[in-house]
Design a protein around this ligand. Structure first.
Ligand code: IMP
Length: 423
């Protein structure tokens, strides 16, 4: 099949960037299908750490073409910075980075509205990355948005001005004090647009479907994770796009029957940034160890991530919603040194033990039921073969495979490209 999908199965930050980078050599095209600069895909190779927000992770490879699909929202200001970072490393992107005309643009006032909305929510805030994602998708579904293709029209600035004016009126509805200098923000935005316009804009659904007909292979790259999906995530503490498999069809214009493998990425434990329920969250030494050994700080915001045990109830839910065919377990190395490991296999919910994700997983409704595993001491970071892995880790892997009924094809034992054990 021509199109494979790569998705995060938890609350994001599973390590998708690294895996896309590892898999890129197998594909002609890497296509990002949703989200925006709220994402931060970290790649480490040749001694450098690269963080991408909007640009697909295949950009570091010589041959792959990279498409930013219609389902993505682009902030020209952040996009420009990403391109400038590539310039610093002499990465040539001009011929291999293609932007969908139907992708929506994040305006400076979308960011202001995001900030105003979050501030007005007080304690109930989502924990948004404040990149303007929610307001931009609201304008998309509200049929008011500005798209990349509009930039090819002579009157794009008029459209921009009228949408900005509307946003300024909306800002007044929020009774919060947001300081900004619109002139400065606009000047930055225009510079971003100028840079964006140096790239090729395409009818991406046409481009991708023609590529499929020509026998090309495509990897569709997701951002965030299934539990942040606007429909299936822990609403309202979610992002504003479909992060699950169906989002790849709408975010790229690819029909479901074109999809082959669905690669599901998960961490050997669980993390979350921002607010919202997290049944297996740890508030003890174990959680602190995961955070410090795993360097659990957001790639986009630098915020510390909340950490906890692996939640198999949630993982199985994500496997089901996405139709995952192969699993990839990240950060196995971070669990070395724990005497005992726990995996959540059910929830106590309204006096019963249940094995599915209920409507409401707030802490007052759900208590995790754990199965315990013996830990291992060995440092995994230089291991290259599955046979070298400690038996207790192999048991942990086998248990997850049995519970999810999906094979684990990659075990990642460190951030570098090379620290990847393939089965
Ligand atoms: P927004 O999409 O920036 O509005 O954020 C909504 C929620 O999704 C917040 O809890 C964010 O922390 C979370 N979120 C957004 N993008 C990411 C990501 O790439 N990784 C992890 N969490 C994310």
């Amino acid at each position: 099949m021509a199109v494979d999908l790569l998705l995060g199965l938890q609350w994001g930050d599973e390590g998708k960037g690294k895996i896309v980078d590892v898999l890129t050599k197998n594909y002609d095209i890497i296509a990002r299908f949703q989200g925006g600069p709220n994402a931060g895909h970290t790649l480490i190779f040749d001694g450098y750490k690269h963080v991408l927000h909007t640009i697909p992770s295949g950009i570091f490879h010589k041959t792959a073409l990279n498409v930013v699909g219609n389902g993505v929202v682009i902030d020209p200001v952040i996009f420009k910075k990403e391109l400038e970072n590539l310039d610093k490393h002499a990465i040539d992107y001009t011929s291999k980075l293609l932007i969908s005309r139907k992708a929506h643009l994040i305006l400076p006032t979308h960011r202001l509205l995001d900030a105003a909305s979050e501030t007005s929510k007080g304690k109930a805030k989502i924990g948004s990355t404040l990149k303007g994602i929610g307001p931009t998708y609201m304008d998309k579904t509200g049929r008011n948005g500005m798209r990349v293709g509009d930039l090819e029209l002579d009157n794009w600035k008029e459209k921009y001005d009228s949408l900005t004016e509307k946003h300024l009126k909306m800002l007044n509805f929020f009774e919060v004090d947001i300081q900004f200098d619109l002139k400065e923000l606009e000047a930055e935005f225009i510079k971003g647009i100028d840079k964006l316009k140096t790239l090729q804009f395409i009818d991406s659904e046409e481009f991708l479907n023609s590529a499929i007909k020509e026998g090309k292979t495509i990897l569709a790259e997701g951002a965030q994770g299934s539990l942040l999906d606007i429909d299936f995530g822990t609403y309202p503490f979610v992002t504003s796009s479909n992060t699950t498999a169906a989002g790849a069809c709408t975010g790229l214009g690819i029909a479901p029957n074109r999809i082959g493998e669905v690669f599901g990425i998960f961490k050997a434990y669980t993390t979350r940034v921002g607010s919202g329920p997290f049944p297996t969250e740890l508030f003890d030494k174990n959680g602190e160890t995961m955070a410090s050994v795993g360097h659990e700080f957001g790639a986009t915001t630098g915020r510390p991530r909340r950490c906890g045990w692996l939640d198999l109830v949630a993982l199985k839910y994500a496997v089901q919603v996405n139709g995952v065919t192969q699993l990839m377990m990240m950060k196995g190395d971070v669990l070395s040194g724990f005497e005992t490991l726990k995996v959540c296999t059910a929830y106590h919910y309204k006096g019963k033990e249940i094995k599915h994700l209920p409507y409401n997983i707030e802490p007052e409704n759900v208590t995790p039921v754990y199965t315990e595993f013996k830990g291992w001491e060995a440092d995994l970071t230089s291991m290259t073969d599955k046979q070298e892995l400690p038996q207790n880790l192999k048991d942990y892997i086998t248990f997850i495979e049995q519970e999810t009924e999906v094979p684990i094809k990659i075990v990642s034992v460190g951030p570098d490209r090379k620290q990847t054990i393939m089965q």
